[in-house]
Ligand binder design. Structure first.
Ligand code: C5P
Length: 233
């Protein structure tokens, strides 16, 4: 009997970049385009999964055939992710989540005035959603088979440095797989191609994947299917 590899599975994927408001018209944002996350959603859908896309700001449209939840800030994404993860077999955090948010959000547009000193923005740390997802999974015995995948964009002088930082991040965050990007100035963000290394907490050899974001997504989804069917066929 032929079956798609993710048939009967629910996959939650976060994509794009969060925006942290300063006032009604301004925000702190980042360069994430959402392309890799959307490509993952397409690949998971094509593999037969029920897909929930938690879409922060994206330069691309969400694909057909997936459930879309729009979010703006890291705190909104956190709520949506913890909620969606509760009954997901797989959670992929490919969104670029702001590490900090402005402490005060003005109800009205912040005005410039000649008499005022240079303004200072105080930032608060945002919660680490990926880490909380791992804690939530570990606290729920029934969700023990859930696979949690993180992304890491690392800079470093060499490929070796990057893998070393990423390995430490994988252990610290406790996710099952970590997809590592070596980022330079004009690499990755907004581009149509990508080159990644997939690290696994179970200690298997690092797996390289490069090509278009579609090809990279297919490799990641194939790897996820393999891991999932190995744990609970
Ligand atoms: O620590 P770093 O930001 O490099 O970790 C990246 C991974 O953690 C990504 O999977 C990202 O979606 C996730 N993340 C998160 N919550 C944050 C920051 C990052 O879930 N506040």
């Amino acid at each position: 009997d032929y079956q798609l590899p993710l048939a009967g599975r629910t996959v939650t994927i976060s994509a794009g970049g969060t925006r942290e408001p300063l006032d009604p018209v301004r925000f702190l944002g980042n360069r994430s385009s959402g392309k890799q996350g959307v490509a993952l959603a397409v690949a998971a859908r094509n593999a037969g999964a029920t897909v929930r896309l938690l879409a922060a700001h994206m330069d691309v449209a969400p694909p057909a055939g997936v459930e879309v939840v729009r979010v703006e800030t890291a705190l909104q994404l956190r709520e949506a992710a913890l909620d969606a993860a509760a009954d997901s077999h797989v959670v992929i955090m490919s969104a670029a989540v702001a590490d900090f948010r402005p402490a005060d959000v003005s109800d009205t547009k912040i005005k410039k005035r000649d008499d005022t000193a240079d303004p200072v923005i105080t930032l608060l740390r945002n919660p680490d959603i990926l880490q909380e997802l791992v804690e939530q999974r570990n606290a729920a015995a029934s969700a023990s088979g859930q696979l949690i995948v993180g992304f890491a964009a690392e800079t470093g002088d060499s490929e070796g440095d990057v893998l070393e930082y990423a390995e430490a991040k994988l252990q610290r965050k406790g996710c099952d797989l970590l997809v590592v990007n070596h980022v330079g100035t004009d690499k990755v963000f907004g581009q149509d191609s990508n080159s990644v290394v997939i690290l696994s907490r179970s200690g298997s050899e690092p797996q390289e994947a490069s090509g278009t974001k579609t090809e990279v997504a297919e490799t990641i989804i194939t790897r996820i299917s393999f891991e999932l069917n190995r744990v609970s066929p």
